[in-house]
Design a protein. Structure first.
Length: 235
């Protein structure tokens, strides 16, 4: 294609000249090889199509790593009512080598994101890098818009008006992603403003005080509040 574009530039009197065509082909063949390499750069480093090392390069440019520290909960020898433990039970002989919990060691280990999940966090980091400092605005460049992308519209930010934010996340969100989101620092916030707390809640069914219209309090709702979801501090 590259060489043909130059052949098409031949004036009419040389259009049938074999020597002219061969000369142009000889001069442009090496450049065509280079052109073919460069022409695939856009696709190779496009966030939606890049894979492997190319995706690592994109992540490095935007400031996010495929290796996520303290993101996977460790399993230790323990009681059966703990989902993160290896109990005795019928597997006693096989759990002898399982580690005991150590108060001085971290509860989480690092993990490596696959291309699919890494691509999502790269996009999240890009959004954080360009988002405005407005909580909500007409354009799609607000903090809440970024939170909607990151949490699949299952979370919202509250400005505590003390240079801190609180993030409320609906209980049906996959909370196994929270350590990844937190460690990769993709939650957007204005410069100098901290994220003080992450709280899990249940939409329209969270037990709480009456000054929040979304809560189920005592009052007239006491009967329904017994089965309400209790908000939980995650971080």
């Amino acid at each position: 294609m590259f060489t043909q574009n130059y052949l098409d530039l031949l004036i009419l009197q040389y259009s049938d000249s074999i020597k002219a065509s061969d000369t142009i082909t000889a001069l442009t063949s090496k450049f065509e090889a280079l052109y073919n390499i460069v022409s695939v750069f856009d696709d190779s480093f496009d966030v939606d199509s890049a894979v492997g090392v190319q995706l690592d390069t994109v992540g490095k440019i935007v400031g996010v790593s495929r290796i996520v520290p303290f993101s996977v909960a460790k399993k230790h020898f323990g009681f059966a009512d703990n989902a993160l433990s290896y109990p005795m039970g019928d597997k006693f002989l096989s759990v002898v080598s399982y580690p005991m919990d150590d108060r001085f060691s971290p509860d989480y280990s690092e993990s490596e994101l696959d291309d699919f999940n890494f691509r999502f966090f790269i996009k999240s980091k890009i959004i954080k890098n360009i988002v405005s400092a407005y909580m909500i605005r007409d354009s799609e460049n607000s903090l809440q818009n970024a939170i909607d992308f990151l949490f699949s519209s299952k979370a919202y930010l509250v400005d505590n008006r003390d240079m801190s934010l609180t993030l409320y996340v609906n209980s049906d969100f996959d909370f196994d992603l929270i350590p990844f989101i937190n460690q990769l620092e993709v939650i957007p916030r204005p410069q100098g403003v901290s994220l003080s707390t992450i709280i899990s809640y249940n939409d329209n069914n969270t037990f709480g005080f009456a000054d929040n219209v979304n809560n189920n309090g005592f009052g007239d709702k006491f009967g329904t509040a017994i089965g309400s979801y209790f908000a939980e501090k995650i971080i």
